[in-house]
Design a protein around this ligand. Structure first.
Ligand code: GDP
Ligand code: FE
Ligand code: FE
Ligand code: FE
Length: 195
């Protein structure tokens, strides 16, 4: 897989190198797993393989940044300050999108949205956004009850896998009394609730 340079100036090897130095070995392994899963889903469902690879390699770029740094980035870039109350799990996607714009001059909105919304999704999700959301959930290193079912669904029907992942995540958040980000509720209403 060789990048065309249509999205930005880095090669895939350079972008992988950037990811490697931004995170622990364990998280880097997860990122490579997400890339493999995302490329496979992109092939199967007809999304751009290059865009899937780039979004996957970037999606957790902010995950291990200090909270203070992310809070400053939220202020500087005009991200909604309400998200501060919901913790770093909610910030790291939007922050990663701002970082890749600033650091790598990546400005493709579909790729940026796939990075931004990879954790909580949103009501309208492009094919690429769905690919990254599901790939993050099913990559080969993930081990949790239901992951086999999620992988099976992803093989059959991408939208069904988005729905399943959203339902599982929301159920888990409620079970563990976590604060639910309003957009996660919007994702649930669109993708899980009866219409
Ligand atoms: P990761 O970065 O690869 O670990 O995966 P994600 O970015 O998808 O998710 C990070 C964490 O955020 C997971 O533990 C999710 O359960 C959690 N998460 C997802 N939605 C919400 C939410 O609405 N509120 C809170 N508090 N956590 C959430
Ligand atoms: Fe993440
Ligand atoms: Fe996820
Ligand atoms: Fe991830």
């Amino acid at each position: 897989l060789i990048y065309s340079n249509r999205y930005f100036a880095l090669t895939r090897e350079e972008l992988k190198g950037q990811a490697r130095i931004q995170m622990s070995a364990k998280r880097f392994k997860h990122v490579l797993g997400v890339e493999a899963a995302a490329v496979r889903l992109a092939e199967q469902y007809g999304a751009s393989i290059e865009a899937a690879s780039i979004a996957a390699l970037c999606h957790d770029m902010a995950k291990e940044k200090p909270d203070q740094e992310m809070k400053e980035l939220i202020k500087e870039t005009g991200l909604p300050s309400e998200m501060i109350d919901y913790g770093s799990n909610i910030w790291h996607g939007p922050c990663a999108a701002e970082i890749v714009k600033r650091e790598y001059h990546l400005f493709d909105e579909d790729i940026l949205n796939a990075i931004r919304y990879h954790t909580v999704g949103r009501s309208e999700m492009s094919l690429l956004e769905q690919v990254i959301y599901v790939a993050d959930y099913i990559e080969a290193g993930r081990q949790f009850p239901g992951v086999e079912e999620a992988r099976r669904l992803a093989d059959e029907d991408l939208e069904a896998a988005v729905s399943f992942g959203t339902q599982q995540t929301l159920a888990h958040l409620i079970q563990t009394k976590k604060k639910i980000y309003p957009r996660a509720v919007a994702t649930y209403n669109r993708w899980v609730a009866d219409k």
